[in-house]
Design a protein around this ligand. Structure first.
Ligand code: CUA
Length: 169
């Protein structure tokens, strides 16, 4: 069988193209730090959040040097606590759960965006920089008040936060 040189060139190019596709997909999936929201927040009894040490009192807790944990309940049609207040230049890990239906938890302008499923704890981490305010949105349809379901993330100057801050703004 005789294969034309011209055809060989095309065969080689096609193989290179396939190799290129595979490597960019591999690179995108592994090398740039993209993470799927996983279930390592664990499961929880959705009808007994008030008996859970993390969610009985939704709050922000210091868990390390410049690292805070925010325990948030998304329910029809509010986020608790509201606002969520954290200090500037810190890492915040959000643990979010729902006692009723599926909600969304998106901190607008950050990478924090998760689906909130009753019985599961969604865990998502964001880094916050300068002081400011961010909207928290529910981006899953959850009932008649869905469009009103929003909260706020307040990033306070570190010294203000250390003094207990003005969380009732
Ligand atoms: Cu909660 Cu939409």
């Amino acid at each position: 069988m005789n294969i034309h040189n011209y055809e060989k060139i095309w065969l080689v190019l096609a193989v290179l193209l396939i190799a290129g596709f595979i490597s960019t997909v591999t690179y995108g999936a592994t090398a740039v730090g993209i993470q799927m929201v996983d279930d390592d927040g664990g499961t929880i009894n959705a009808s007994a959040l008030d008996e859970d040490p993390r969610f009985a009192e939704p709050r922000v807790e210091k868990v390390g040097e410049d690292h805070y944990a925010a325990y948030v309940i998304a329910r029809q049609f509010v986020f608790q606590p509201d606002p969520v207040t954290v200090p500037a230049n810190s890492t915040v890990t959000f643990y979010v759960t729902s006692p009723d239906v599926i909600h969304g938890f998106e901190v607008v302008g950050t990478n924090a965006n998760a689906m909130v499923v009753p019985g599961q704890v969604s865990k998502v981490t964001a880094n916050v920089g300068e002081p400011g305010e961010y909207g928290i949105l529910c981006n899953e349809y959850c009932g008649g008040g869905h469009h009103t379901m929003e909260g706020k993330l307040i990033v306070q100057p570190e010294d203000e936060y250390a003094q207990g801050g003005t969380t009732d703004g």
